[in-house]
Design a protein around this ligand. Structure first.
Ligand code: IPE
Ligand code: IPE
Ligand code: MG
Length: 246
């Protein structure tokens, strides 16, 4: 039986988030420039997005550019932005064909105008698609998101729109960039690094974590199915005892 056939379609994660890491090292291993790795990383994005649509994952969130990634050499940032524009232009067909809605989280107003325009265009064109939501985290940082949330809620408290006693988890959820998404069930990071790098800190509170040494440009559908199979073999107790779940 193929890995795909082994998946239990009744126990799929509703929301998978991926820290797509290792493009630079992949290129270096091949004696090429980092950009070559980023270019090849876009193939994995297409593969994994398609895999999600095929098996019925409703939400996929990809960490594409962090608030910290602005500190990279200017030339790398520029080429990444250019790559983003060309990928959006070429992938719109795949999104439409697979009935996928595009969404973004992060400080997208920090992105170059051209990128913002392209994003808005694809978001608009795919807004009525219903099979799956693909969220790109762009200029995203979880601390930045939480700071924004706290500021927005504080302003509402100051203006008597919310009373402090009424602030609960749902109020916080409603003010995050991810307000329309369920909590993350499975977080995958490629490239062997075992850290979160400021990604979705609030939203992964009870996510299952899966780390693999595979570099992002080498990450295939089968690697992805392996991660989901691993998830399906775990017992998510949410604080309860194993016996309580039976
Ligand atoms: C991930 O690959 C892509 C981005 C962060 C934009 P890296 O560029 O971080 O690759 P490594 O970690 O240097 O190998
Ligand atoms: C995290 O990868 C950000 C993205 C994948 C977009 P990094 O490569 O930037 O993370 P660190 O700096 O190694 O933690
Ligand atoms: Mg990296």
């Amino acid at each position: 039986m193929s890995l795909k056939e082994q998946l239990n379609t009744k126990n799929l994660p509703k929301h998978i988030a991926i820290i797509m890491d290792g493009n630079g090292r992949w290129a270096k291993q091949k004696g090429r420039l980092r950009m070559f790795g980023h270019e090849n990383g876009t193939k994995s994005v297409r593969e994994i997005t398609e895999a999600c649509a095929e098996i019925g994952i409703e939400n996929l969130t990809l960490y594409a550019f962090s608030t910290e990634n602005w500190k990279r050499p200017k030339i790398e940032v520029q080429t990444l932005m250019r790559l983003l524009i060309s990928s959006l232009k070429s992938e719109i067909k795949t999104l439409q064909k697979n009935n996928i809605k595009l969404n973004t989280i992060g400080n997208t107003t920090d992105l170059p105008n051209k990128v913002q325009r392209e994003l808005l265009d694809v978001i608009e064109q795919t807004k009525n698609n219903t099979r799956m939501t693909l969220t790109l985290a762009l200029s995203y940082g979880s601390r930045d998101e939480l700071l924004n949330t706290i500021k927005q809620i504080s302003i509402k408290v100051k203006n008597n729109i919310i009373s402090p006693e009424k602030i609960d988890e749902s109020v916080i959820n409603e003010h995050l960039y991810t307000r329309n998404l369920p909590d993350v069930d499975l977080l995958i990071r490629t490239s062997g690094e075992q850290r979160i790098s400021n990604f979705l800190l609030w939203q992964i509170a009870y996510a299952e974590l899966f780390f693999t040494d595979v570099l992002w440009p080498d990450f295939t559908k089968n690697h992805f199915y392996e991660a989901i199979l691993c998830y399906q073999n775990r017992e998510r107790r949410f604080g309860k005892t194993s016996e309580q779940l039976k």
